[in-house]
Design a binder for this molecule. Structure first.
Ligand SMILES: Cc1cc2nc3c(=O)[nH]c(=O)nc-3n(C[C@H](O)[C@H](O)[C@H](O)COP(=O)(O)OP(=O)(O)OC[C@H]3O[C@@H](n4cnc5c(N)ncnc54)[C@H](O)[C@@H]3O)c2cc1C
Length: 466
């Protein structure tokens, strides 16, 4: 992908002068680290450089830019599209020493942080201040806030609070040549010309390194209400979404759909969960709301579920009466380990308009059954966000993986869908990007890349196809 640097020793010496020799890791200090969450093999980077400040990030990038040295920003390495998998000639720029929470403003409801702070720490500090940082997903303990911004992560609260993009008011980033862009806006409204922070949100470290952030916080809900319900048809599922959203007056905070095959898997031994509802229904929805008055909210929630039962769009339901019950429902929805037990997983995170979803799933499942009958298929997702996860499992085989990818991705194009709802493109989805982005969009992306990183040193070979 890229070639050996002309004089790595002198570049590494220059980097050691900037960050201190203890923070330029090479050899065993690099190999002893794992490639990432999904790959426990040794990290292959030429070196891992660990700056402690924006100034140091800027100097490191300027030195790499002078040398034409490829750089891979490292967050918590939990990304799922191999964007931060560093090659042997790439230098990893790790934000792990930049972990300061600089300020919390409870009145303006903002938090200013460095990019290396773990997501869970942000959530905890927000909560200590009676506030909520609403982006949440399974890798919260390891993912950095900078990595989650670079990937514009989604997760469980998107239907209520939006993607990460919606929780970033401002940021500071460093361009490939070391130029610092201080865009630390603190206001919800700011239409003063281009909103440059958006260049660095969801662009997976290809346009700059995110170093500091101003995050938008929300009021902390005082309680949650949850239910698992069964719907007979997909039409009933979409009617339920509209009904609950309207009946709860903006308090709907999750709407997670499980197809029958997924529900059976996570409620049948050896899975840990037992079925709260019988396994005979076509669709199961975990629906949740949150608000500021638990007693009133619970009554409103129960009324809404009751009305759905009366209307026949829900045929069975269990409503949680305790936090432990709510957690056990989420444990079912999150039990993807069960899927991984049944062979090599090929996992997808696609999105498409709700109106097209039922036909899409039927086509994909039909194609997989015909073309890859040895692979089991599971479908579930954040339905309220139009986001589906499809996982096929079976014997490890590179040709099968490509064939399965074709079955899942190709039917998206005609339906206006996306090959990535929330995980990004990285290296993994690179060949499929043109299915959901027009030639004009791709050309504009390349122009931006050329303008901000003319030597192409930041995350080369990721996100944008050549
Ligand atoms: C168990 C599990 C559950 C997950 N659930 C979800 C989910 O529900 N929703 C979802 O969207 N994602 C999910 N993910 C994916 C992943 O957690 C997110 O993509 C996360 O935001 C990545 O953060 P990170 O710090 O680990 O980034 P990394 O993996 O380190 O990096 C990801 C990309 O961002 C770049 N990058 C990292 N830091 C910076 C920076 N400071 N500046 C510029 N570029 C940078 C990297 O070069 C790489 O291209 C899940 C992952 C796991 C393991």
């Amino acid at each position: 992908m890229n070639t050996a640097p002309a004089d790595p020793a002198s570049l590494l010496a220059r980097l050691a002068d900037i960050v201190g020799p203890a923070h330029v890791l090479t050899g065993d200090d690099v190999r002893s680290r794992a490639v990432g969450w999904a790959d426990h093999g040794p990290c292959q980077a030429l070196a891992i450089v660990r700056p402690a400040s924006t100034g140091e990030v800027s100097q490191v990038l300027a030195a790499c830019h002078d040398a034409g040295q490829p750089v891979v920003p490292f967050g918590g390495l939990t990304g799922l599209v191999r964007g931060a998998v560093a090659g042997a000639y790439e230098i990893a720029l790790s934000l792990e020493r930049m972990q300061r929470i600089e300020a919390v403003d409870p009145v303006g409801r903002t938090m200013t942080v460095e990019a290396g702070v773990p997501l869970q720490r942000i959530q905890e500090v927000a909560e200590q201040n009676g506030l909520l940082y609403p982006v949440d997903f399974g890798a919260r303990g390891s993912a950095h806030i900078g990595g989650s911004v670079a990937t514009n992560a989604g997760g469980n609260g998107v239907i209520r609070y939006g993607m990460t993009r919606d929780s970033v008011l401002g940021l500071e980033a460093v361009l490939a040549d070391g130029t610092i862009i201080p865009a630390l806006n603190q206001m919800l409204k700011n239409n003063a010309a281009y909103d440059v922070k958006q260049l660095f949100i969801g662009t997976e470290g290809t346009l700059g390194v995110v170093t500091r952030l101003v995050l938008r916080l929300r009021e902390l809900p005082r309680g949650n209400q949850a239910a698992l319900v069964a719907c007979p048809t997909f039409g009933d599922v979409t009617r339920l979404l509209k009904h609950m959203d309207s009946a709860l007056g903006g308090a709907l905070s999750a709407f997670e759909l499980m197809w029958n095959g997924f529900y059976r898997l996570v409620t049948t031994p050896p899975a840990r969960g037992t079925p709260p509802l019988s396994q005979e229904h076509e669709y199961y929805v975990l629906v949740e709301s949150s608000g500021g008055d638990p007693a009133r909210d619970q009554a409103q929630f129960e009324d809404a579920v009751g009305a759905a039962l009366e209307a026949g769009i829900v045929v069975d339901a269990v409503i949680c009466t305790s936090e432990a019950q709510r957690e056990s429902l989420w444990a079912l929805r999150d039990d993807v380990e069960g899927i991984f037990r049944s062979g090599m997983p090929v996992a997808f995170d696609v999105s498409l308009p709700l109106a097209a979803m039922e036909g899409y799933v039927a086509e994909v499942v039909g194609r997989l059954e015909r073309e890859w009958p040895a692979y089991r298929r599971f479908v579930f997702g954040h339905l309220g966000d139009g986001n589906l996860h499809i996982i096929a499992t079976g014997p490890p085989d590179a040709a099968a993986r490509h064939g399965i990818e074709r079955c899942v991705y190709e039917p998206l194009a005609a339906r206006g869908g996306s090959v990535s709802a929330e995980h990004g493109i990285g290296r993994e989805k690179l060949p499929w990007l043109p299915l959901c982005r027009s030639p004009a969009e791709l050309a504009l992306m390349r122009k931006l890349k050329q303008a901000l990183d003319p030597k192409g040193i930041l995350n080369p070979g990721r996100v944008l196809p050549d």
